[in-house]
Design a protein around this ligand. Structure first.
Ligand SMILES: NC(=O)c1ccc[n+]([C@@H]2O[C@H](COP(=O)([O-])OP(=O)(O)OC[C@H]3O[C@@H](n4cnc5c(N)ncnc54)[C@H](OP(=O)(O)O)[C@@H]3O)[C@@H](O)[C@H]2O)c1
Length: 316
């Protein structure tokens, strides 16, 4: 135990970080121990992590000193921001900067930054294929993460830039699951046309991150994209149909219709799906299923994820 290096995990009580905490703790190679960061060490989720064997420490991305303390003495850190908790790209950028500075301060040897593409590299702000949002973004929660890559680079933080994929868990938690239409039939609604959407079991992001930490230096400075499978809307609907035992259709809508759905973040997500659809070859090419499986041999397919999780998908 004494020889094990510490990985500090931001978002340890959440989807990505929680997957990493569990992947490290159950890894038989046992190279690392885990320091789970949370704003509330007394929460049930925090206590559960402590029960599994993690060191649980208090830290808040908005309190730089708490991050410095939490990163001190660690070998590596998994860094992620939480757009959907506040809908503020500026806050994400500030928090990414806080993590990059804390990583530099602690002299960490390996950081994984959970990032996404700055879509403005593909669709300039003046391009009217999709609306500009919040004054300076096309896909705010993507663009700002991609923009933040440079904060880690500028400080010389030895970072791996991890491009994640659509969580299949969104079928449970994020309102993306099958909904009944006026005809009573179930459908998933996505503006992806006939293009493939890279998807992943959220916990497998952490499994891949563990694989990256284990490989260490080979991955410093690299951008790595991961997915469990690339599937069309029709293929995802077929998988849901098989798992749920009732027909689920794919309802393809134009991105402009999706943007108009009116729920918080609908415009951001409408632009996001349009980016994934219109730059599909790039987007899928940047997320390699074989590499993800090499990093995380227990990587799930959608069928496998559904076999485990179908009972949790709300159907109404
Ligand atoms: N949904 C998708 O399909 C998808 C796909 C790719 C990427 N993403 C990205 O994933 C990110 C979110 O990651 P996630 O899904 O792992 O999050 P999550 O499951 O919502 O986890 C959030 C955790 O972060 C912690 N947290 C929130 N604010 C914090 C702060 N100020 N300081 C420290 N910890 C804080 C909370 O822990 P405590 O309450 O214990 O502090 C919470 O448990 C988003 O930025 C999103 O853009 C999502």
């Amino acid at each position: 135990m004494a020889d094990k290096k510490t990985i500090a995990v931001v978002g340890a009580t959440g989807a990505q970080g929680g997957g990493l905490v569990r992947a490290i703790l159950k890894d038989e190679a046992g190279l690392f121990k885990v320091r789970a960061l949370t704003r509330d060490v007394a929460s049930d989720k925090a206590k559960e992590l402590a029960g599994l064997g993690a060191e649980v420490v208090a830290a808040d991305l908005d309190a730089p000193e708490s991050l410095k303390r939490a990163f001190a003495g660690a070998h590596g850190a998994f860094c992620v921001t939480f757009f959907w908790a506040h809908f503020s790209p500026e806050k994400e950028l500030a928090e990414a900067g806080n993590m990059a500075r804390a990583a530099q301060d602690a002299g960490l040897e390996h950081v994984i930054w959970s990032t996404l593409e700055d879509t403005r590299r593909w669709v300039a702000l003046g391009d009217d294929r999709m609306p500009t949002l919040m004054g300076k973004y096309k896909v705010p929660h993507f663009d700002v993460k991609g923009e933040a890559d440079q904060l880690f680079r500028d400080l010389g933080v030895p970072a791996t830039f991890l491009l994640t994929s659509f969580y299949w868990d969104n079928f449970i938690y994020f309102g993306s699951g099958p909904k009944r239409g006026p005809d009573g039939r179930l459908a998933i609604t996505l503006p992806m046309g006939d293009k493939k959407l890279p998807g992943i079991a959220a916990k497998d992001i952490g499994g891949c991150a563990n694989g990256i930490f284990k490989r260490g230096g080979d991955y410093v400075g690299k951008t790595v994209g991961i997915a469990g499978e690339h599937l069309t809307g029709t293929e995802m609907a077929a998988a849901l149909t098989r798992a749920l035992g009732q027909e689920v259709r794919y309802n393809d809508v134009p991105p402009e219709v999706y943007r108009g759905f009116g729920f918080p973040g609908a415009e951001d997500l409408g632009n996001m799906f349009q980016f994934k659809r219109d730059f599909n070859e790039y987007f899928c090419g940047a997320r390699n299923v074989d590499e993800a499986r090499a990093l995380n041999p227990s990587l799930q397919t959608l069928d496998q994820w559904l076999a485990e999780n179908k009972a949790r998908i709300p159907l109404d």
